[in-house]
Design a protein around this ligand. Sequence first.
Ligand SMILES: Nc1nc2c(ncn2[C@@H]2O[C@H](COP(=O)(O)OP(=O)(O)O)[C@@H](O)[C@H]2O)c(=O)[nH]1
Ligand SMILES: [Mg+2]
Length: 500
Amino acid sequence: MKTAAQENFLMQLKRPILVGGLGLSASLWLLNIVGHSPVGHALGDGSALIGAIALSAGVWFLQKSKRANLTIEAPLALKTVDKSAVEKTLAGVEATLTTLIEALPEERKADCKHAIWTQIEQKKQAISQVLASIEREKLTLAIVGNKSTGKTTLATLLHDQWQPEHSQVTRISEIEGEETLLALDTDLVLFLTTGDLTQSELQRLQSLLRAGYRTHIAFNKQDQLVPVDRQAVVQRIQTRVEDLDIGVSAIAPKPNPITVRRHLEDGTIQEFTEQPAPQIARLTDKLNYLIDNEAQQLVLTTALRQAKALKTDVQQLLNAERQQRAMPIVEQMQWIAAGSAFASPLPSLDMLAATAINAQLIVDLGAVYGQTFSLEQAKKAAGTLAELLVKLGLVELSTQAFGSLLKTHAATYVAGGALQGVSAAYLTRTVGLSLIEFFEEQSVLPTEAQKFAFGAMGDRLQTIFKATKQSMGLQVFVKQALSHLPASEMPASKKAATAA
Ligand SMILES: Nc1nc2c(ncn2[C@@H]2O[C@H](COP(=O)(O)OP(=O)(O)O)[C@@H](O)[C@H]2O)c(=O)[nH]1
Ligand SMILES: [Mg+2]
C-alpha cells in the first residue's frame, strides 16, 4: 500500500516535463536563493566543509574496509591455465595502473616523492616479477591442515626422504588451520585430514580453490583404521570433491607401533613392539607425477593467481584514489540538497531539485569513475533512483527518523524546512555512496559486461541507507546538516507551515 505522500510523489515523477524540463537551472536558482551555490560553497565556506568531509570520509573508509574484499571470480574447479591468460590479466593490471596515474590530481602527479608513486613502482615491479616467473622451474609446496593432523611429521619425512631427489622443490612449508595465510607463490597445497572431511575442512578447501590454489588431499594416519574402513573414508572424501578435480591419497608417515607376538619353540610367547615403515608412496607417486608432467601448469596457475591478486590490489588503489575525489562531490551535493530543500516553498520543487542534484551527482561521479553520462541519461537515471527511494520507503524512513531527532533541537528548527533539508541531505548521501559502490563494481568488469542498471540499485540503497546510519550516527549527521543550513532566517512559507 502506498501512502498519500508516496502517491503524490509518484504522480510528480510521472511528469517528465516538470522534472526534466526545468532541470538543473531550477535547482541552481534555488541554491542561489539560500546562498548555497556549488561554487560559493566550495570556495567560501571551505573550512567547515573540509572538516565535515574529513569526518565522514573517515567513517566511510572504515566502513569500506570492513566490507569483504573484492572477490575474484573463479569457478571452483581449476581450469587449465595458458600463458596468454596470465599475460592478459597482467595487461589489465597495467591498464588499471595507467588509469590510476591519470586519476591523480595534478599536484600529486607532479610530486614524485608522494607515497602513491612508491606504490605504483612496487606494482610495476610485481608485474615484471610475475611475467618472469612464468619461466621458472622451481616449485614450492605447502602442507595445510588442522592441528595434529600430522603436518610436521609429513613435512619432515618428505624433507628427509623425498625432497633430496627432487631438487626443483625448494620449499615445503607448514600452515596450521586457518591461522596463517598461504604464500601466494605456493604451487601445490597438500591438504591433510585424518578422516572424512568436516564441514570446516570442506569450507577451507573451497576457499583455497576459490583463491585459485592447486590442491591435493592426503588422508593421513590411515594406519588407525582397518583396510576396509580406510577405503570407505577415501571414497567418501572422493565423492565430496569429485567435481573439483582433486585427488585423494591415503598415507601414514608415522604409523603407530604394533605389538608383535612370537611363539617360541619352548612354548613361551615373546612380545615386542615394532615401528612399521612410513606409508607415503601413494602421495609421493602423485607428487612425482605432478612434478614430471604438470610443473608448468602448476607454475602458470600460481602466476595467474598472483596476477589476479595484483589486479585486486591495483583496483583497490584506484578505488581509494577515486574515493578521495568522489567523497567531496557527495558531501557538496548533500549540502546543496539540504539548502535547496530547506528553501523551496513547495514539496514539488524539493523533488525537482533533488532529481536535478542526483542527476548532477551521476554525471560528476560517473566522470570520476571514467563513465560519461549525458545530462539526459543522468536525469532519467536520477528519476529511477528517486522512484526507488520512495518505493522502498526510504524517504519516509528518513523523514521519521530525523523528525524525532530534530524535536530535541532548538525550537526554531522543529520546522518543516530543517526536516526536509536534513532528510534531503541524507538521501543524497545515500544515493552518492550507493553510486560510488556501484561504479566501483562496474569498473572491474570488462567494458562489454558493464551494465548501468540504475533500477537494480534497490538493495544497495537500502543497505547503505542503514549502514550510514549505523556508522556515523544520525545525531552527528543532523549536527553537520544544520551547520550547513542558514541559521537565523527561515523561509516565510516554512514558518507558516510550521505554525499551521
Ligand atoms: N597414527 C599415526 N599418528 C601419526 C601419523 N603421523 C603423525 N602422527 C602423530 O600425530 C601427532 C601430531 O603430529 P604432528 O606432525 O605434530 O601434527 P601437526 O600438528 O599437524 O604438525 C603426533 O603425535 C604424531 O606422532 C601417522 O601416520 N599415524
Ligand atoms: Mg606442526
